[in-house]
Design a protein. Structure first.
Length: 416
């Protein structure tokens, strides 16, 4: 059994869907589970339709944009206007419209009930398309399989329940090709939850773990795991082999090629993770596995944009570490905020988080009684592994360093 994950870019147009179908067609002699994300940038669009984010009069245009985008693709893939895909999509679009016009409850709950439509729509299209070209498959609602707690946005996975469901629902014989959604899951309270942005990689890795997959493959628009993002670096080096622990570190620092939670499940079952180009499926790509070091050994650069550097200072001059960290971490955990970098002095705690005006407001609400808060937004967090001073100087250039940390192998800089 193999598990494939196709991200938004691999299904963002009709030719892209045809291309992914051709890749599936080459591998589906054996049992294959295909995990698909929302098409293109659909999730960004759906985030605007979460109740309470925009005013209701902005919704019709956003809904129309979502619909036009998908229908443009569907009309190229299915020339028969009576094809059942059209009725299935009509139903999903009207459910989305209903969901987005509900009165707001809590953001994390509303978020998942709304953005899940991206994956429900994409897999409906892909599954029908594969069937239409003779790749007989079963569309599976992953919310019946991946079980999370009730956090709804970035739900915590219950592996015992999930694996029981996965084996019961995915190991039947007919048909052995399964199409299902990445990113979304079912919460313990019976609603939809999500696994965090870009979480489809994690979905595929959860299923690989539960089904003891022979391998997992993420199909990307890059040739493999590169030492830097080609958007910022003209000369990138492809890493051929990456040890599991190195892959976790890199993903945690923000290497966007894989979601940070992806590696643990496959490492725990010693499953190899292939990262391959959907534009060049015959090229070897990169492999994450039980290797001693990365190969080739080369400096690695990870840029995280849109960062907020926040300093939290106790109003009563009490020490941060002894008296206050517990309070601060409890608030961060409650609000589900991921800290990308942290550092403390006697009287201040600095943390680097992704820019989010809404979460920053909530942080302020929760902390301002006890603490002064100062922050800078729109910063960049740069991580360099296997750095030299020369490399740091070149990267920082004339920017201001607001915070820096350094170990023997890794340096991290917050710059303005
Ligand atoms: N569609 C979701 C997102 O864009 C999940 C994913 O792409 O992995 O974040
Ligand atoms: Mg995506």
């Amino acid at each position: 059994m193999r598990v494939f994950k196709f991200g938004g870019a691999s299904v963002n147009s009709a030719p892209a869907v045809r291309n992914m179908a051709a890749i599936v067609g080459r591998y589906c002699d054996d049992a294959l589970v295909v995990v698909v994300s929302a098409m293109g940038k659909t999730t960004n669009l759906l985030e605007q339709l979460v109740p309470g984010v925009n005013t209701l009069d902005e919704h019709p245009a956003l809904l129309q944009q979502t619909k036009d985008y998908h229908m443009g693709i569907v009309r190229q893939l299915f020339t028969d206007a009576a094809h059942p895909v059209y009725a299935d999509l009509e139903r999903l679009f009207s459910q989305l419209q209903r969901q987005s016009s509900l009165p707001p409850t809590t953001y994390n709950y509303d978020y998942s009930q709304t953005v899940c439509f991206g994956e429900l729509i994409s897999t409906t299209i892909v599954s029908h398309y594969l069937n239409s070209i003779g790749l007989e498959n079963r569309w599976v609602d992953i919310r019946q399989i991946i079980r999370t707690d009730n956090q709804h946005r970035e739900g915590l996975v219950d592996f015992t329940a999930t694996c029981r469901n996965a084996r019961a629902m995915l190991l039947s014989d007919s048909p052995r090709l399964v199409v299902t959604q990445g990113f979304i899951a079912g919460s313990a309270d019976g609603h939809t939850s999500t696994l965090g942005r870009e979480g489809s990689d994690y979905s595929a890795s959860i299923l690989s773990y539960c089904l003891d997959a022979d391998s997992m493959t993420i199909w990307k628009d890059v040739p493999g795991f590169l030492n830097a993002d080609p958007k910022y670096f003209p000369d990138t080096v492809k890493i051929e082999q990456i040890p599991y622990n190195e892959a976790i570190e890199l993903a945690y620092y923000g290497a966007s090629v894989i979601h940070p939670k992806t590696v643990k499940p496959i490492q725990n079952k010693n499953i190899q993770l292939h990262i391959k180009s959907f534009l060049n499926p015959d090229a070897p790509g990169s492999v994450v596995g039980p290797f001693p070091t990365i190969r080739p050994l080369t400096p690695l650069y990870i840029f995280k944009k849109n960062q907020t550097l926040l300093s939290v200072l106790p109003k009563d001059f009490s020490f941060i570490a002894e008296d206050n960290l517990q309070t601060i971490f409890a608030v961060l955990a409650k609000l589900n905020i991921r800290v990308n970098l942290m550092q403390n002095t006697a009287l201040s705690f600095s943390l680097c988080i992704d820019d989010s005006p809404m979460l920053l407001d909530q942080l302020r609400d929760n902390l301002q009684n006890q603490f002064h808060l100062r922050y800078n937004q729109g910063l960049q967090l740069i991580t360099i592994r296997y750095y030299t001073q020369d490399i740091i100087d070149r990267i920082v250039g004339s920017s201001t360093i607001l915070l820096q940390q350094r170990t023997r192998t890794t340096t991290q800089l917050v710059i303005q």
